[in-house]
Ligand binder design. Structure first.
Ligand code: UDP
Ligand code: MN
Length: 220
């Protein structure tokens, strides 16, 4: 059993990835953790879907090996002082992020770097697959956790450097659409069991194990 699977949602951020992979490998090795890094690449040209890619990453990695925890990790975040040890409840790790003035953008922020014990990820049925473009998949996850009456925590000290990138296209438009979708789902008390890990469908296109990481490409 390894300590952690690092799951990275990815498309077209080569400059970030080139820095991220060796950096994180060294960081985690120095902490004496046993881990694998999975870059989950969206190969199609649809709007980016972070939640769905994270579900693919969970599904793929959990079939390969047993891991104590699954850490959902943006490619533009470099840990300076982050505690990756296995939590017993969903735990937010990126609590002092350079791009947010060494803080978090809002109190219930659950994005960037988030660690899940595997049983809990299954219990909330993973992320929603419905949020295309930018925004809300992480807030929706937060509600899934609450809906199930599961505790969560945030580790203080989670200092993270940010890598630069061009912002996603049509961010505001997607964000508005996704927040309407989320409000609707949660007003209706949509049962999370209807949609998520258990309804995940995708087309695998390529797979490579490159020494210090796995690269899994899919069409969503
Ligand atoms: N991402 C990516 N390609 C994209 C959009 C997003 O690889 O075109 C991944 C990447 O891991 C990134 C994460 O999704 O760190 C979150 O997206 P983004 O960095 O655009 O969000 P923000 O900077 O607004 O938090
Ligand atoms: Mn970013």
């Amino acid at each position: 059993m390894k300590n952690l699977a690092i799951i990275v949602p990815y498309r077209d951020r080569e400059e970030n990835k080139k820095i991220f992979i060796p950096y994180l490998n060294e960081y985690l090795r120095n902490k004496n953790l046993r881990f694998d890094i999975f870059i989950i690449e969206q190969g199609d040209t649809k709007p980016f879907n972070r939640g769905k890619l994270l579900n693919v990453g969970y599904s793929f990695s959990s079939k390969l090996e047993e891991y104590e925890s699954f850490v959902m990790h943006d490619v533009d975040m470099l840990p300076v002082n982050v505690d990756y040890s296995t939590p017993t409840i969903p735990t937010h790790l990126a609590s002092r992020v350079e791009q947010f003035n060494w803080g978090i953008p809002y109190q219930l922020y659950f994005g960037g770097i988030t660690s899940f014990p595997s049983k809990v990820f299954e219990k909330v049925n993973g992320y929603s697959n419905r949020y295309w473009g930018w925004g809300c998949e992480d807030d929706d996850m937060f509600y899934r956790i609450q809906y199930n009456g599961i505790d969560w925590s945030r580790r203080e000290g989670g200092m993270v450097r940010s890598l630069n990138h061009t912002p996603q296209a049509d961010q505001e438009e997607h964000s508005k659409k996704n927040s309407d979708l989320m409000q609707e789902a949660w007003l209706k008390k949509l049962d999370h069991k209807q949609e998520g890990l258990n309804t995940l469908e995708y087309e695998p296109t390529s797979y490579a194990h490159d020494g210090d990481h796995y690269l899994v490409s899919v069409n969503l």
